[in-house]
Write a protein that binds this ligand. Structure first.
Ligand code: PBG
Length: 326
């Protein structure tokens, strides 16, 4: 019959059984990594105002959350420390008794090898000026002096039992320096996750509350300019050449082009970080009744996978895993 469509794409969308069968992107709990904040001295979990449903953990509440994470079958956890005291060089980051190293030991003792226990390797939570590195005499972030601090931090985190170090500081050469340092100390077993294409993003806003950041100013001398796609690809290439085991794009939803570029060329796994602002936007809109919360969460995760992520760091990891398991 002329005038009618010869091709009918709607045939395969007719029922939920059809749609399920032809779905191109599936979310599995194993692909999800849960970021966790652990606050020094906390005796109970404390809410984070701009991230409803996310807390700063005490060591006890951390253990309970790790059990939930294991039961949900997620892939791993990424630990962040919130120290009581900060100083110019972030000594809390390298102190074996610093909160992040203590929390790592607790986490590894709790879950063993059931989850991949990961640690944020960056100085910003531990410095009184809030930058990801140490400052030179003129107040600029000193790349090479920072690498010395990162080296000590990497060895401290390895000693605490971290399986995977999350290099989020965006210093030049950090992957190569840390690989060398770990190998020289017979810790070639510890893997490196390079936050390769990490952009200077407004979407980190709620995280700054979560870790009680002291930052004045911004991170634009080390994190990428949001306008640069080619430079993101270059950072990924450098980190792979330096020995990154996994590369990451961050944030996720506003950088799906960078993520797709990376997935197309990377010989190592590609992860994405659905950051605090992405979480907060959906939670805030849902709280107003302006958006279907569960559908928005699942759609956001699916879009990140569709763009090419092999795994996602997300504050919804347990909830999304439980839904995927249901
Ligand atoms: C740096 C770090 C940040 C985030 C993860 N690691 C903050 C920043 O770079 O300013 C942000 C994560 C989020 O917003 O969820 N240690």
């Amino acid at each position: 019959m002329t005038g009618f469509p010869a091709v009918r794409a709607r045939r395969l969308r007719a029922t939920s059984a059809w749609r399920r069968l032809v779905s191109e992107t599936r979310l599995s709990p194993a692909q999800l990594v849960l970021p966790l904040f652990v606050r020094e001295g906390a005796v109970e979990a404390l809410p984070i105002g701009s991230m409803p449903g996310v807390v700063q953990h005490s060591l006890d509440s951390l253990k309970r959350e790790l059990q939930r994470a294991t039961d949900a079958g997620i892939g791993g956890v990424m630990l962040f420390g919130v120290p009581e005291h900060k100083d110019a060089t972030g000594t809390g980051a390298t102190d074996p008794d610093g909160i992040l190293n203590v929390a790592t030991r607790v986490a590894v003792a709790e879950v063993g090898d059931a989850l991949v226990v990961q640690t944020d390797l960056c100085l910003d939570e531990f410095t009184d000026h809030g930058h990801c590195g140490v400052l030179d005499s003129r107040g600029r972030v000193d790349n090479d002096a920072t690498l010395e601090r990162y080296r000590d931090m990497a060895l401290a985190q390895a000693a605490a039992g971290s399986h995977l170090l999350g290099l989020s500081g965006m210093m030049d050469g950090q992957v190569a320096v840390l690989r060398d340092a770990l190998d020289a100390e017979d810790r070639s077993d510890v893997a490196l996750l390079a936050y390769a294409a990490k952009y200077a993003s407004a979407f980190y806003g709620p995280f700054r509350e979560a870790v009680q950041s002291s930052l004045q100013g911004d991170r634009r001398t080390y994190q990428l300019d949001p306008s640069n796609r080619r430079e993101g690809a270059r950072e990924v290439e450098l980190d792979i050449a330096e020995g990154a085991d996994i590369v990451m794009v961050k944030p996720a939803m506003s950088y799906l082009d960078v993520l797709a570029d990376t997935a197309a060329v990377s010989p190592v796994p590609v992860w994405a970080y659905q950051v605090s602002g992405e979480y907060a936007m959906v939670e805030a809109a849902a709280a107003q009744g302006w958006i279907d919360r569960e559908r928005a969460i699942d759609e956001s995760l699916t879009s990140i996978l569709r763009a090419g992520a092999d795994a996602i760091l997300t504050y919804w990891a347990i909830e999304a895993a439980e839904r995927a398991n249901a």
